[in-house]
Each structure stands twice: as C-alpha cells, then as structure tokens.
Design a protein around this ligand. Structure first.
Ligand SMILES: *Cc1c(COP(=O)(O)O)cnc(C)c1O
Length: 398
C-alpha cells in the first residue's frame, strides 16, 4: 500500500531527538529558541513564537486580540475544522464564506460578510497555495471598512481595524510576490502536525507582523507568558541559581513547544528548501504532466506570476462527476493499494456546524470543489515508481 503522507523520519532526525533527550533539558528551552530564530529568518516575520499546535496558536491570537461573545470572525467554508473551532472556543461566531476555483477564500464574499461585529478574517492557504493577500490587506484598510470597525479592547483600539489571522497550516515555504508566507498578514500561524510539509509530530508557530505602534518583540514576550500559564519565568529561567521566585500575571494557557519536538523541526527546516520543497514540486509536476493529457481532469493551480505553492496537497478534480462517483473512484484507487484523501469535507457538512444552521447549499463553489476532489499522495520519500503507480491507479479508476 502506498500511504498518503508519512513523515520523513531518518537517522538525522532520530539523532537530534536523542541529543535533546540526553541533554538534560526536554521541554521548552534552547532548541525551541533556535527553531524560533530559524523560523524568523525563514519566514521574514518580525518575531516567531513556537507553540504546541496551529490550533493553539490561532486560539491564543484570537484571545490576545480579545475576540469573544458577540464578535464575528470570517472563515472560509472550505477548510479543516480547526479554523472555525477556535472561534467557537472563544465564544465568538464563525461567519463562513464561499471560496474560489483555486480553493481559497473569495475576497468579494468576505466583503459582503463584513458587519460592525467583524473582528478578524482568517484566510487559509489551502493545499499550500497563498490567498490573495494584497486584496485582503487592502480591504481591511479601506476607510469605509475601518469606520465600521468597533474596538472593544486595547489591542483592537491600537490596531483600529479588522485583524488578518492567516491559517498557514499548509503553506510554510510558499511564496507570495517573492516573499515567503509568514510576513504576508498581521499574524500568520503554521502547523507542524505529523501530516504537514514540515513536522515536529505536533506543533505550530505564530508569526508576528503587527504594524506600528505595536512592538512585535513586546507582543512576543507577552504571548510567551500567555502560552505558559501567565507565569513570569519559564522553567529554564527558574533553574538558574537563586532565580526560583515567580509571579503569575494572568490566568494563561499551556501550549508551549517542548525541545524534544523542536529537535525534529531543526533538522526538517535546515533541509526544507534544498530537499523537501524540490521533491514535493517534482511530484506535483509529474502529476500535472500525466493528468493534463486527459481532458477529464482539472489540474490545480499551484504556481502563478505572483504565487508559488508549498506543494502540500495535490487537489486533483475530475470534471462532471458527482460526489458519489468521486467516492467510488476513491474506493477503486484504494483497491489498487494507493491511499488517497479528500481535503476537506466542508464545514457546513459537519454535524457540529450543520446543527448551528450552516447549509452547504449556501456555498456552491465550496461544494463543487469538494464533490469532485481527490488529494493524491505527496511526500519526500515517495519514489518516482510510486508516483507512476499512483497515476496508473487514478487513470484506471476514472
Ligand atoms: C492541520 C490544520 C490545522 C490544525 O493544525 P494543528 O497543528 O493540528 O492544530 C488548521 N488548519 C488547517 C487548514 C489544517 O489543515
């Protein structure tokens, strides 16, 4: 069986994790710090804070911005549940909008969804392909849109407009107008979950790019404390002689990244541009070369003049089929020993959101994308022969 997206675990990873385990320091410490520094350089963000997951990072930022009951947060209907779940955790209302043919949030639909209660927009770089950040960043700065914004916390007054919180769970290494994803919006949050392009088993990182008068280094410090119970000193600082006394300045959260996991990230990030991305791109290009020869396939957009994907998910679509036919094709691919997937079941089709009154019929492009989509295996260790096997299985099944 060709698996869908196993992590790349080799001797280098095992050695670095073992070194962390033997170092005497296994939770947040020097390795997490070094990983943050590497991510800051790589992403181009002003500051980067590592956390325990993308979900924890996005929720931390919503809470930092003071999002709560009565507030609205705009999310695409086509994403993983985490994007909307964290809004619900804060007691706020997720407002879903439709996406475009490229799977990403429709900026005109965002505009129509704006109300005086809108506090945050959460674009998702689906499959690793960047959203339209020029349009989104311009939208929240329009005088009319600013005037409609009603601030209720100090952070909201300081920003004076809707916050853009980018769900970049898929898009580490993707490019937007020559810049890496990470400096593209006010806040950008990566995921290092086991199935993502770069993994730490579980983990995430928050990139800060807040405009003046915010001091991103100060916000970083505040968030670090917020991610560690609001405790004034972390565990490492407390081990220094005579430095045991601490205070707790707020009832914070517990979502820090341990050094044992950061160790995986250090190895992965060092070889990300040289090895991971080129291999993933080669697999994308091989799929495109094969499937573009048949009119029945709709090839995903993953490179344009302004954008380059991180090649996270290859979302192939088949023209003119129903959801049931798609499911049958997938079954037939599985029977040929190839694991495939669907990214994603749209939020309005999930019980938790259907019960809140969301209807998939309100999101026609989302449904159309979903109903004809099959995600193909893409990962570093997938061989050329396996790529050919995937292609044969798909062609047979269709
Ligand atoms: C994986 C994923 C997340 C959640 O990431 P975690 O690190 O597991 O919290 C959020 N959004 C999208 C689009 C994802 O695919």
């Amino acid at each position: 069986m060709i698996p869908f997206s196993p992590p790349r675990i080799d001797d280098k990873i095992v050695a670095e994790v073992a070194a962390a385990l033997r170092s005497g320091w296994i939770t947040t410490g020097p390795r997490t710090k070094r990983f943050e520094e590497m991510l800051t350089a790589y992403s181009g963000a002003a500051n980067v804070l590592c956390v325990s997951s993308n979900s924890a990072g996005m929720e931390l930022m919503l809470r930092w911005y003071g999002v709560g009951p009565g507030d609205e947060v705009i999310v695409p209907a086509y994403t993983y549940c985490a994007t909307a779940n964290v809004v619900v955790h804060c007691g706020a209302t997720p407002v879903m909008v439709d996406v475009c043919e490229d799977f990403n949030i429709d900026v005109e639909a965002v505009r129509r969804a704006l109300t005086p209660r809108t506090k945050v927009i959460m674009p998702v770089d689906l499959a690793g392909f960047p959203c339209d950040y020029d349009a989104l960043n311009a939208l929240v700065r329009e005088p009319e849109v600013r005037r409609m914004f009603s601030a209720s916390t100090e952070e909201q007054r300081t920003l004076g407009r809707i916050l853009i919180l980018e769900d970049a769970a898929h898009s580490l290494g993707a490019r937007y107008r020559g810049k890496h994803i990470g400096s593209t919006a006010d806040i950008v949050v990566f995921s290092f979950h086991a199935v993502k392009n770069l993994t730490t088993a579980e983990g995430g990182a928050i990139c800060l790019n807040l405009p003046v008068p915010f001091d991103n280094a100060e916000v970083y410090k505040k968030l670090r404390t917020k991610s560690l119970h609001g405790q004034s000193k972390d565990a490492l600082a407390k081990t220094q002689i005579g430095n045991w006394r601490y205070d707790v300045t707020e009832a914070g959260f517990k979502c820090n990244m341990p050094d044992v996991l950061a160790a995986i990230g250090l190895v992965e990030l060092e070889r990300y541009d040289a090895e991971t991305l080129p291999r993933r791109k080669a697999i994308f290009d091989a799929y495109t070369a094969a499937f573009s020869q048949h009119d029945i396939f709709q090839i995903p957009t993953y490179e344009t003049a302004e954008k380059a994907s991180s090649y996270h998910v290859y979302p192939l679509r088949i023209k003119g089929i129903t959801e049931q036919q798609r499911d049958k094709i997938m079954q037939c691919i599985f029977e040929q020993e190839v694991a495939v997937n669907v990214h994603f079941i749209p939020l309005p089709m999930l019980t938790a959101y259907r019960e809140q009154g969301f209807r998939i019929s309100d999101y026609p492009v989302t449904y159309d994308n979903y109903s004809r989509e099959i995600s193909l295996p893409v990962y570093f260790d997938l061989t050329d022969e396996q790529v050919r096997q995937v292609i044969r299985a798909v062609l047979n099944a269709v």
